[in-house]
Design a protein around this ligand. Structure first.
Ligand SMILES: [Zn+2]
Length: 217
């Protein structure tokens, strides 16, 4: 079985150690590994609310899971994680190509921090799963339908010229369509409508915004 993306990212980062007292043998509350662990009170604040996402009961964390909580959420970067690599990007739009190419394979996971830096309040890396996109407060399975919707959104923004504020509406403004060649009208309307479920999931819609933003130099 493949280990989880947070552990793979830790290995790819050179298996960094974590600050604090020497870890002792125990069971990790997050990933279930029986390994060297540290008390979670050393890692997360007393206001941490993510314990319900730890399925293994204990409030200790193994070293790879601990490492997943060490970076401040506000400093999170877009990541592509595979079983033996982790690639950090300056900008989520660099992940658009891989996410529009098709479903994420079972050995890949993607992290997309919130578009608005002030909303980056959660540790995303420990929530990652293979074949999923993880963003603040949401873990989303990345299948071919998701890839198609993202490709449609990129096309609407970059080729049709729809602004982000126009895209909030359930239907395109008539002038956006009527200034385009007649043959493209059905495609615009279909792509626009297909995005409606995503508009209702704010963290996903926010990630889609980052992923389809014009790349920064
Ligand atoms: Zn663990």
């Amino acid at each position: 079985m493949l280990s989880d993306p947070a552990a793979a990212a830790w290995r790819a980062a050179g298996q960094p150690t974590v600050e604090g007292p020497p870890p002792t043998l125990g069971k990790c509350g997050r990933c279930g590994a029986t390994d060297l662990t540290v008390a979670s009170s050393r890692i997360v604040s007393e206001f941490f609310t993510g314990f319900e996402a730890w399925p293994y009961g204990s409030r200790r964390l193994c070293v790879p899971c601990t490492w997943g909580y060490t970076n401040r959420p506000a400093d999170a970067k877009p990541l592509l994680i595979t079983t033996d690599t982790v690639t950090e990007y300056s900008d989520a739009s660099h992940l658009c190509e891989v996410l529009t190419a098709g479903a994420l394979p079972a050995n890949s996971a993607v992290v997309v921090p919130a578009f608005n830096k002030l909303r980056r309040r959660h540790h995303i890396l420990p929530t990652t799963q293979w074949a999923h996109l993880a963003t603040d407060t949401l873990l989303f399975p990345w299948d071919t339908g998701a890839a198609q919707r993202l490709a449609d959104l990129a096309w609407l923004r970059h080729s049709v010229g729809a602004s982000w504020s126009q895209l909030q509406r359930a239907a395109p403004e008539p002038k956006l369509i009527t200034t385009r060649p007649h043959q493209s009208w059905p495609r615009i309307l279909t792509a626009w409508t297909q995005l409606q479920p995503w508009r209702r999931i704010p963290p996903l819609w926010d990630a889609a915004r980052s992923l389809t933003a014009p790349p920064k130099p």
